[in-house]
Design a protein around this ligand. Structure first.
Ligand code: BEZ
Ligand code: FE
Length: 305
């Protein structure tokens, strides 16, 4: 079947025919793929890529710039830095994939972008424990429940939490091997949980590579709205990767560099005046502290993904 052409772009019908013939030949080259899904994906990629090339009438110099960009993204990528994920994030492709694969289900908590700073094997803390370690910032008491969409408590749900310190850096961005600002814990029999974290502050995504250069060239900021990451898993329920955002953070209005903000995930972080007793009697050494609540609702089974 013949594809849409861009003959309206001031090119001759003959030229448009030459270009379309190439598209059709490339599409046919995938016809023998044994995996039908692979065939569908590669043919759709081919159609959209060629439509893009023809829509913008890409020059050879621009094509070379694109290849240089991808080459630089490859060179800066290693087991600690993933420039291609950053690229997907700033193009909104990560959030679009998350949106398609975590469709709204009754009152289930919404998902958002995973980001590159999760670590397996973060330490376990008890309920009410502290995730901060050496990470500096205002102490923040975080509490809530994990339930299913019928309101039943989910005991033993695993909650992974991770966040940047007040200087905007995750532990893995320091050159020592500190583990700070991350932990996991399990919900109690009644589905409740609580821990001490840090009040989140805004920070830039890594922007010293080709993605940062691109953001600068198009006049976009690398700053993310202040957030605290959660990943929640429990047997028989849909895994949830999300964050909570800080109500009143101006960056929410300005725009999150990876399009991760959802209204339902914006929470009140209430700063307590110095001297206010803490929920568990912890001594915060005459600092102010904050508190927030995040009740998490998990959708049923992984079959919905
Ligand atoms: C983060 O929130 O940790 C993050 C998300 C996307 C890109 C970079 C960082
Ligand atoms: Fe983050």
């Amino acid at each position: 079947m013949s594809e849409t052409t861009h003959a309206g772009n001031g090119i001759s019908t003959e030229q448009a025919g030459v270009e379309q013939e190439l598209v059709d030949t490339v599409l046919a080259s995938f016809d023998k793929a044994e995996d039908p899904r692979l065939m569908e994906v590669m043919q759709a990629l081919t159609r959209h890529l060629h439509n893009f090339l023809r829509e913008v009438r890409l020059t050879e110099a621009e094509w070379n710039t694109g290849i240089d960009f991808l080459t630089a993204a490859g060179h800066i990528t290693d087991d600690k830095r993933q420039e291609f994920v950053l690229l997907s994030d700033v193009l909104g492709a990560s959030m679009q994939t998350i949106a398609m694969n975590n469709q709204a289900y009754k009152g289930a908590t919404e998902a958002t972008v995973f980001g590159p700073f999760f670590l397996e094997d973060a330490p376990e803390i008890p309920l009410g424990g502290d995730i901060a370690g050496a990470a500096a910032g205002q102490p923040c008491w975080v509490e809530g429940t994990v339930t299913d969409t019928s309101g039943n408590p989910v005991p033993g749900a695993r909650i992974e939490v991770w966040e940047a310190d007040e200087d905007g850096f995750y532990d893995v961005q320091y050159s020592d091997s500190r583990i700070a600002g991350r932990a996991h814990l399990f919900t109690a029999e009644d589905g409740s949980y609580a821990f001490w974290g840090l009040t989140p502050t805004p920070y830039p995504i890594p922007h010293d590579g080709p993605v940062g250069k691109m953001l600068k060239a198009v006049g976009r900021s690398p700053i993310r709205a202040s957030h605290l990451h959660f990943m929640v898993t429990a047997e028989g329920l849909r895994p949830l990767v999300t964050h909570i955002f800080v109500e009143g953070d101006p960056q929410i209005e300005i725009g999150d560099s990876v399009f991760g903000v959802k209204n339902s995930l914006i929470k009140k972080f209430e700063t307590q005046p110095v001297g206010t007793p803490t929920p568990d009697g912890r001594d915060v050494h005459s600092q102010s502290w904050a508190r927030t609540r995040f009740d998490i609702v998990l959708a049923p089974g992984s079959d919905l993904r």
